[in-house]
Design a protein around this ligand. Structure first.
Ligand SMILES: Cc1ncc(COP(=O)(O)O)c(C=O)c1O
Length: 485
């Protein structure tokens, strides 16, 4: 097999990594003396490091590599063909075939009338673009409304009143506590994770955060119905208290990742949709993780019948073989932008890049051909049963999630559901679990942005053998962790 070589020896590569590469969300001090983990190749659900050691990738890169790592050849050919034909052109005022085809393909997969696709380079940009689009939608709609009223001779037109009625300048977003939506300033402001927000304050005005759907620490006697009611009441109160005419967007993931795969309780999405309709607020489903099969449907919005006005997606759109994301909008959201001189005043050089679009198209073709979404749907009950073996361990309090998207919550006391202190989390997650899992040949993420969880989200091609191996390694490492406590 030919390899893409830098000509550097393994030692030189390690030294250059230490000297020059700045890793994301990484305490670089740990690598002043310690070894930077260098992943050199992948196949199927597995990765290999610079020493030739193999790892089961139970995180699919970063919740992204739906088709696994073995389609480089086929996707590479599609990319090379596009490189030869048209290596770059822009979507600023112009179109090109791959962006058009991909937009049509995405629109055909997205539920309902989510028919309009605006391409970007990744998830944060998608969230950023959705918020800007939601803000501009109300002014565009307001102008449209004013123009319509002004043209109607029977109306005594009052611009002030019309502006108030349409909420012509809406700017606020509502998202949920502990939710992760990216790192650029707009997306960061939407994040509900204080530790990520605080260093960069003041942030973009103005985001309100409501409860997420974490049910594990709710009172035992509370019914699912009661829980849904509490969540929706709080959302309604938040909207009313801040002024509905100032809120342009509610943004939530179909299943929230940060905090650990919080699935929605029965009736939740129906209620959120009703509130957004009542107050004329756009509902955005952030499907950067859940889009493209992770929940056993092409979109989580379809699985939970969310009926969003906007969808943000990225990762799985190309199985992360390319850096491409998108905002998908309904016909209703598009409508005011189709009038007169109005436009969405936003653009990104690489949005809809032809090579990235060709890669995403090939990824979708492979996902269809290999029936990858169907595989997740069919396997999910077996997967859950396999994971639930971990519930026998004293440190495992909860296993939640759906599709190929799970979290294992770790607790100090299973009966009381007592969680670990910050110091214990630091020692347990960072000090022990993360390096120990890696040493044992398993890549998955120990996360303490909420209560401590292990996130499990392998490539969507994972079969029973990979799930068994994952649970085997994780079980052993969690037992060791318990011995240490
Ligand atoms: C729900 C969600 N939104 C947005 C993002 C940001 O995506 P990116 O890292 O591609 O900017 C992520 C990243 O994990 C995410 O999980």
């Amino acid at each position: 097999m030919t390899s893409v070589s830098t000509g550097l020896s393994p030692e030189q590569l390690q030294q250059a990594a230490r000297d020059h590469l700045w890793l994301h969300f990484t305490r670089m001090s740990g690598y002043r003396d310690g070894e930077v983990p260098i992943i050199v190749r992948g196949d199927g659900c597995y990765l290999e490091d610079a020493h030739g050691k193999r790892y089961l990738d139970a995180l699919a890169g970063l919740f992204a590599v739906q088709i696994g790592y073995s389609y480089g050849e086929e996707i590479g050919e599609a990319a090379a063909a596009q490189m030869r034909e048209l290596p770059f052109y822009t979507n600023w005022s112009y179109a090109h075939p791959r962006a058009i085809e991909l937009a049509a393909e995405v629109a055909s997969l997205a539920p309902g009338d989510l028919n309009r696709v605006f391409f970007v380079s990744g998830g944060s940009e998608a969230v950023e673009s959705a918020w800007k689009l939601a803000r501009q939608y109300y002014s565009a709609r307001g102008e449209h409304h004013r123009a319509a009223v002004a043209q109607a001779p029977t109306h005594d037109y009052d611009a002030e009143r019309a502006a108030r009625y349409t909420g012509e300048r809406r700017w606020k977003a509502i998202s949920r506590h502990v939710a992760y939506h990216g790192t650029t300033m707009g997306a960061l402001s939407i994040n509900g994770i204080p530790a990520l927000r605080t260093p960069f304050e003041p942030l973009v005005p103005e985001v309100l955060h409501v409860r997420n759907t974490n049910r594990y620490h709710r009172p035992a006697a509370e019914t699912e119905e009661e829980f849904t009611r509490i969540l929706l009441d709080e959302l309604q109160q938040t909207i009313e208290a801040t002024g509905p005419e100032t809120v342009c967007m509610v943004i939530m993931e179909p299943v929230q990742n940060a905090g650990g795969a919080f699935t929605p309780p029965e009736g939740y999405w129906r209620g959120v949709r009703e509130l957004c309709d009542r107050y004329e607020i756009l509902l955005c489903a952030d499907e950067v993780i859940t889009g493209f099969g992770r929940l056993g449907a092409w979109f989580g919005s379809e699985r939970y019948d969310i009926r969003p006005d906007l969808v943000t997606c990225a990762k799985g759109l190309s199985s992360a073989y390319a850096s491409i994301g998108a905002v998908i909008a309904t016909d209703r959201v598009m409508e005011p932008f189709l009038q007169g001189e109005r436009m969405y005043t936003h653009g990104i050089t690489f949005g809809g890049h032809p090579v990235q679009a060709a890669i995403a198209l090939k990824n979708i073709e492979i996902m269809r051909r290999e029936k990858i979404v169907e595989h997740v749907d069919e396997q999910q009950d077996t997967v859950r049963a396999t994971l639930e073996q971990l519930l026998d361990l004293p440190i495992v309090g909860d296993i939640r999630g759906t599709g190929f998207f799970y979290a294992v919550e770790l607790v100090k006391d299973k009966d009381t559901r007592e969680t670990f202190s910050d110091e214990e989390c630091e020692e347990l997650l960072r000090g022990f679990l993360t390096p120990r899992m890696f040493e044992a040949g398993l890549i998955c993420r120990a996360d303490d942005r909420g209560d401590p969880v292990i996130q499990i989200s392998p490539p969507l091609i994972a079969g029973q053998a990979e799930w068994d191996e994952l649970v085997g390694i994780l079980g052993t490492v969690l037992e060791e962790a318990w011995q240490r406590i």
